[in-house]
Ligand binder design. Sequence first.
Ligand code: F0G
Length: 334
Amino acid sequence: ETSSARGVWKYKLMLPVKKEVEPVSLGEGDTPLIPLKSHKRLFVKFEGANPTGSFKDRGMTLAVTIAKYIGAKSVVVASTGNTSASAAAYAAKAGLECLVYLPRGSVARGKLFQALLHGAKVVEVDGNFDEALEEVIARYVDNTQGHVYPLNSVNPWRLEGQKTIAFEIYQQLGFVPENVVVPVGNAGNIYAIWKGFRELREVGVTDRAPRMIGVQAEGASPVFKTWLAKADELLPVERPYTVATAIKIGRPVNWLKALTAVRESNGFMLSVSDATILEALKTLARSEGIGVEPASAAPLAGYRVALEQGLIGQDETTVLVATGHALKDPEVRF
Ligand code: F0G
């Protein structure tokens, strides 16, 4: 058995990839679904167990596979950190050059280290993530003369890989849970997971679907605000702030996709304070033995709010998607 037969690539038939395409894989996926002690029907999908420590590897294996297949020589990505860490590793595996645009001073230490470790060329942008992404789009997406392949989540392959989180949750539980809680930043992942559940229904594996619950940090909650106002246009946040640097994003490109996931699934958006994120991080670390970075603790903070407000019940099965590993951000204090 090769590494391509496990994890994400065992779902090759559900991925829109031609048979002859050779995966660029590091064995991503097959992450544990961990039952929590604190609540009976509560589980953590621990994406920190991926090769570079975040769920980004699921999408990156697809996107870099395609980049290599079409003959790209370089890849580029703007990132709050995890996407760049993942891109750097998969580009190294594929023998491609990797260029990453990062918001100066807003990327957790571990993630920056990974990008450099794997040999990416790092460009630090004086501005936040939104500005870094704008620069990448202007230079490499709108300008199609370049031969640099863009890997941001405007790239549809990323979402195709990330939808396998849904397939694994279904297989590990043996059924579709009532709720799936996801931290929302650039807003692609919640849609990707929803797409996965929708496809399980379409192919007749199940007739059920979960509610998708998106959680943002109070200081960086444009999708929450837009959802609450039932607005047709994104209500952006000009100066996003939060301890959860992974999701410190004011103008998420996939905002409409995220709202589609939430609306179609009868779910909802929540915003939580940094203090409750850190409290949740501490609970996961000290009571459950699960080490996550701040963004990945947001779902537990959101779950607590949802329970309190009666938006969901204790008797419902809920999966919290813990998107990134604790070692990503060793400077977090609580
Ligand atoms: N959790 C972690 C740990 C992340 O790194 C991200 C996104 C998210 C949640 C949110 O996922 O953007 O699909 O809504 N990180 C991106 C990056 C922005 O550049 O690494 P999303």
